[in-house]
Design a protein around this ligand. Structure first.
Ligand code: ATP
Length: 235
């Protein structure tokens, strides 16, 4: 495995609220994620997992500490830099967030077209290839409402991976799925991530999928447990 991390977080703190209402949510977080690595983050509700995910994804500004993505520092980064970072990340959420008036192919194609100046022909072909890779080759022209929860989540995976991003952030991707569909979806993510060398940071409460991780870290009251040793070794 290549040793230059995709994400390096050092002494990261985060707060919500102002004045007397200011509350520290993340405490001195240290974490490194390497290319192709699948890291699962667990922890109780309200412990700060989604907050950390949104900071890594450039969806919130870093307030204190250092967070680098592919060697770009996000602390005090411009909006332009944050926008360009977001384009390097695939997102998969609990609710698949597909657009109901677009077919499976069009939902994936949109992600290709937003990001790159590619021809429509190329965007269509890439979208179809990606849908085939997630096992939806026979459902390319279906609308989301005519597909199962697991199939919709597969479209979301195709959309997240179609631009071959260095990193995918997944927030409870199996929460709305039954046991078998949840398992299928994460195994698919695991396979594609390994094939493409994509790193995955996946937040879950689902103990049944922990085995797909290369590494498990746990968030408790805004403190990240389980990764300190790793950071020390890599420094
Ligand atoms: N925008 C916000 N403004 C103020 N407080 C917030 C905001 N977003 C989250 N919080 C609070 O910050 C804490 C951490 O929330 P966060 O969503 O990061 O936790 P989580 O571990 O992802 O929880 P869950 O597993 O329920 O999604 C919670 O106490 C939450 O109420």
């Amino acid at each position: 495995m290549e040793r230059q991390p995709v994400v390096t977080i050092k002494n990261l703190n985060h707060y919500y609220g102002k004045g007397a209402l200011k509350r520290q949510i993340l405490h001195d977080i240290n974490l490194e994620i390497y290319p192709g690595e699948i890291v699962i983050m667990t922890g109780p509700s309200g412990s700060g997992k989604t907050t950390l995910l949104s900071l890594i994804g450039g969806l919130r500004s870093v307030q204190e500490g250092s967070l680098t993505f592919l060697e770009e520092e996000l602390y005090r980064a411009s909006q332009k830099k944050l926008v360009s970072l977001r384009q390097k990340i695939g997102y998969i959420f609990q609710a698949h967030n597909l657009l109901g008036f677009l077919t499976a192919r069009q939902n994936v194609q949109m992600a290709v077209e937003i990001k790159q100046s590619v021809s429509q022909y190329h965007a269509v072909n890439r979208s179809i290839t990606m849908l085939q890779a997630v096992g939806l080759g026979n459902y390319i022209n279906y609308y989301p409402e005519n597909l199962s929860g697991g199939q919709k989540q597969r479209i979301a995976i195709a959309r997240a991976l179609v631009n071959n991003p260095p990193m995918v952030l997944a927030d409870e991707p199996t929460a709305a799925l039954d046991k078998q569909s949840g398992r299928d979806v994460v195994e698919l993510m695991q396979r594609l991530a390994k094939e493409q060398g994509t790193s995955i940071l996946l937040v879950t409460h689902d103990n049944r999928i922990l085995d797909i991780a290369d590494r498990i870290v746990e968030m408790e009251d805004g403190i990240l447990l389980g990764d300190n040793h790793n950071v020390a070794v890599n420094n």
